[in-house]
Write a new protein. Structure first.
Length: 384
């Protein structure tokens, strides 16, 4: 589909003209929540508290059923389900503040034999007030009494720029065994359209950080060689469906949160068009004005403030098979999306009463949620 989006993000250079800065820092915290009808609707699951964390951001299951959970201030926890949590040592220092801090954690496809995990985090620059998203690979060593990261090696970095929002840094391994990274545009607007900048891009790398020769802009060399798609804003959810199609959601400005089907070498338009407007109400051209740019498959106004994303492949919730599940921050909900080929639409919204930061599928097909903020609950959703 072709259209695109120009939503001037809350740029620190343009705060006075365009932005309510708190709204950006809190991931659309001021947006409307679920309706009264939705809040009284019976849920098709039971939510059971399993543990609590301090500002959790991401989680992933180990083959033995234990859970790795990142906390924004720079802590990695190894959680035994039904038991205690252990702090993993060897985590690098993070640039904590705004939307910055410890980010994603995923396993290498051959984790069972090589013990590699991948982490993302905001890293401070040498100039005061600057930071950038960073991705590192490390070995996870677990004994009966300790857990640690060793052989940590940075394999990708954003440039260090001012500000503390819009890092992105969601990670996924695709069916192609390549490492996919969401690199948000750090509220800098124009770099999203510049193939010589990694900001506002979907990045595709080999598992060691080298560049695949079949990337769409490989022949250009440099940063462009790492880029799969561009023209993105703040990408906070990434998942592959059963047909190996890549879906990513991203936050819009004042309106216009998006779910996009990611196509090789495609331009998604930021900051040229949007289904939302600037934070001060200034209109932005809509996707329909630029049919040459790739439009979202679905969008939300008012915003849902999407965070975390899976495409469900389990059997515990048969009605959800092949559906997307998105955590909602401002919407304080779990949003279910139904796909039909290359189209998508919201199918149902389950009010949770709290900001939902992360969604994950458990080994047996249960769905797991992490709430946002301090003293946040880890919830296990089981069918009624």
């Amino acid at each position: 589909m072709n259209r695109s989006m120009l939503s001037l993000v809350c740029s620190t250079a343009l705060l006075g003209a365009f932005v309510a800065p708190a709204a950006c820092a809190l991931d659309h915290a001021s947006a409307s929540s679920t309706s009264a009808a939705e809040s009284t609707k019976a849920l098709p699951f039971t939510a059971t508290e399993v543990a609590r964390f301090n500002e959790p951001w991401a989680m992933t299951f180990l083959p033995d059923g234990r859970l790795l959970v990142t906390e924004k201030r720079g802590v990695l926890k190894l959680q035994t389900i039904g038991g205690s949590a252990r702090t993993v040592s060897g985590v690098p220092a993070v640039a904590y503040g705004g939307q910055g801090g410890f980010g994603d954690v995923i396993l290498h496809p051959q984790y069972a034999t090589n013990k590699y995990i991948y982490i993302s985090y905001a890293e401070r620059g040498s100039t005061s007030g600057t930071a950038g998203a960073t991705v590192a690979r490390a070995k996870l060593n677990i004994t009966s009494t300790s857990a640690s990261l060793t052989e940590l090696r940075v394999i990708w970095r954003q440039p260090k720029v001012s500000g503390s929002n819009h890092y992105g840094h969601r990670l996924a391994f695709g069916p192609d065994r390549k490492l996919w990274i969401t690199s948000s545009e750090r509220q800098k607007f124009d770099p999203a359209q510049d193939l010589n900048s990694p900001l506002g891009k979907v990045i595709r790398l080999n598992d060691d950080g080298s560049v695949p020769t079949d990337n769409p802009f490989y022949a250009r060399g440099g940063v462009a060689a790492t880029v799969w798609s561009y023209g993105h804003r703040n990408l906070l959810g990434i998942a592959f469906d059963a047909q190996s199609k890549l879906w990513i959601h991203e936050m819009g400005p004042r309106g216009g949160d998006e779910l996009n089907l990611i196509e090789r070498g495609s331009n998604y338009g930021w900051p040229l068009v949007s289904q939302g407007d600037h934070y001060d109400g200034t209109p932005i051209p809509r996707h329909s004005t630029r049919p040459d740019l790739n439009a979202p498959e679905t969008w939300w106004t008012p915003v849902i403030a999407p965070a975390g994303f899976i495409i469900y492949s389990g059997t515990r919730f048969p009605a959800w098979a092949g559906n997307g599940l998105i955590g909602g921050l401002a919407s304080q909900a779990l949003i279910r999306v139904r796909f039909s080929g290359s189209t998508a639409a919201e199918a149902e919204r389950y009010p949770m009463g709290r900001r939902i930061r992360e969604v994950e599928q458990g080994p047996n097909g249960d769905v797991w949620l992490l709430e946002d903020g301090s003293n946040a609950r880890l919830l296990r959703l089981t069918p009624l």
